[in-house]
Design a protein around this ligand. Structure first.
Ligand code: FAD
Length: 436
């Protein structure tokens, strides 16, 4: 343990806190900051870096451009510094390849190496109080020690959603899509050749296509409770959900209106896929039929009732909700493309990320729900506070709207809101140029 009290500790060094590091350098370089990242380096969703797949955001909605287009950390400057600008602009693609955007994210992260401790996982955060009980700062506990900071910005990414019946199974052959590529390699090393993909999202369709391209796989089964794989709502009107102004609209809406907006707009990003991958999957299925190949099987209208492990594999009991028939499907690997949890109470929600458990009395344990300001600062209850601040960066879909956790679109402006609020609570000036 050190005696240093940092102004800020950032937990996680994925896109959300990389965007914050850039904003801090450009707007408040006087603040002392350390980031803790549990991986060995910053890589963007490495378990889903599928060859040939593209990103789902306009590349200019990157880590910084919407806040400061003149920054050296823009995607455009990344291309320029790698001498690829013209070649990139000449690509016959709607959006960039995930591989290239992931390289951009790692490149930006590497510019901040001196502020980041890799292979350092945060296990807990606890309050530190003065003799009179006033909260003065936080203690961040890691596997290798404890570190103190006046403010903490938590950006660990969302918790994977593991629905029933899979949450009753402890089996390394049942994994969330976060781990698709390593799990596929491990399955192949064990001699397995049957994969099931549960869910109807963009990722589910991408994984099905990728798995079909693996010639060693004998069976690739897609399982969805929907009638078919649904197309995303890409109407430009609906896509205004990713505008900064939508954050204000959503944040100030009543709980009933938030739910109504969510239901209407959910398919802009969730439980649906882009037309290019849907078309590829449909053609793949038809092509297989022409060739008499049964590698790909798409099972729709299917609820998974049970998931049982045995030496032969993982057996899923599937119930067709229209016919009432039940079938068993045994595979060597189950990939859950079943989404992520939002904050709150109810289905597909968690009250707060696990790492905040010790702070729960300050978070509103009696209501099991966190109160978050428009500036992403958690309202701490109970104790008097001498400026200690706790922020959520990239976990606020339930309070701030659909563009918050599931997209790059608002990362840059969100980091500006957080930096401004940090400076206000640390009583420090914003020194750089900020967009209004
Ligand atoms: C498969 C997939 C594809 C996506 N594609 C797109 C896309 O094309 N366009 C788009 O706009 N959005 C996309 N998204 C959403 C996008 O990933 C997020 O917008 C972005 O990754 C969020 O960044 P983040 O930093 O909040 O979380 P993450 O990217 O999850 O990063 C969180 C980081 O925190 C670290 N961490 C977690 N817990 C701890 C801890 N306790 N201690 C230390 N470190 C910790 C993790 O190792 C990780 O590096 C995609 C999401 C997924 C899952």
């Amino acid at each position: 343990m050190t005696n240093t009290i940092y102004d800020i500790i950032g937990i996680g060094f994925g896109p959300a806190n990389i965007a914050l590091a850039i904003a801090l350098e450009e707007l408040a370089p006087q603040l002392s900051v350390r980031f803790f990242e549990r991986r060995a380096r910053s890589v963007w969703q490495p378990g889903m870096l599928l060859d040939g797949s593209d990103i789902q955001n306009h590349p200019l909605r990157d880590l910084v451009t919407p806040r400061n287009p003149r920054s050296r950390y823009t995607f455009t400057n990344f291309l320029h510094e790698h001498n690829r600008l013209y070649e990139h602009l000449n690509l016959p693609l709607h959006y960039p390849l995930r591989l290239e955007y992931a390289q951009y994210v790692s490149w930006a992260a590497n510019c901040f190496q001196r502020q980041v401790d890799y292979l350092r996982e945060v296990i807990d955060i606890s309050p530190v109080a003065a003799a009179d009980g006033t909260l003065i700062h936080f203690r961040v506990s890691c596997s290798d020690g404890e570190y103190d900071a006046r403010s903490v910005v938590l950006a660990p990414g969302r918790t994977p959603n593991i629905p029933e019946p899979f949450n009753r199974t402890v089996d390394t052959r049942v994994v969330h899509l976060d781990n698709y590529l390593p799990a596929l390699q491990q399955m192949k090393a064990r001699g397995g050749d049957r994969v099931a993909v549960v869910g109807g999202s963009q990722s589910a369709v991408e994984i099905l296509l990728h798995a079909c391209g693996e010639s060693s796989l004998k069976r690739v089964v897609g399982i969805t409770r929907n009638f078919g794989y649904r197309q995303k709502d890409t109407s430009p009107f609906s896509d205004e959900v990713y505008f900064p102004s939508f954050v204000d609209t959503f944040y100030s809406a009543s709980p009933e209106h938030k739910e109504r907006l969510r239901q209407e707009l959910v398919h802009t990003n969730y439980s649906a896929a882009d037309i290019d991958v849907l078309n590829q999957l449909y053609v793949r299925q038809y092509n297989n039929r022409l060739l008499g190949k049964d590698q790909l099987m798409l099972l729709t209208c299917m609820e998974t009732e049970d998931c049982e492990s045995s030496i032969d594999g993982v057996t899923l009991r599937l119930h067709h909700f229209l016919s009432g028939k039940t079938v068993d499907e045994t595979v060597d690997l189950v990939i859950l493309a079943t989404g992520f949890l939002d904050l709150g109470v109810g289905p597909k929600r968690e009250p707060w990320p696990h790492v905040l458990k010790t702070l729960s009395p300050l978070l509103g344990a009696e209501h099991r729900t966190i109160e978050i300001g428009l500036d992403y600062r958690i309202r701490l209850r109970g104790a008097a506070n001498r400026g200690a601040s706790l922020f959520l960066n990239g976990l606020c879909e339930s309070s701030h709207g659909m563009g918050d956790a599931g997209s790059f679109s608002l990362l840059a402006l969100r980091s500006q809101s957080i930096v401004r609020s940090l400076c206000q609570h640390l009583q420090e000036p914003v020194v750089g140029t900020a967009c209004s």
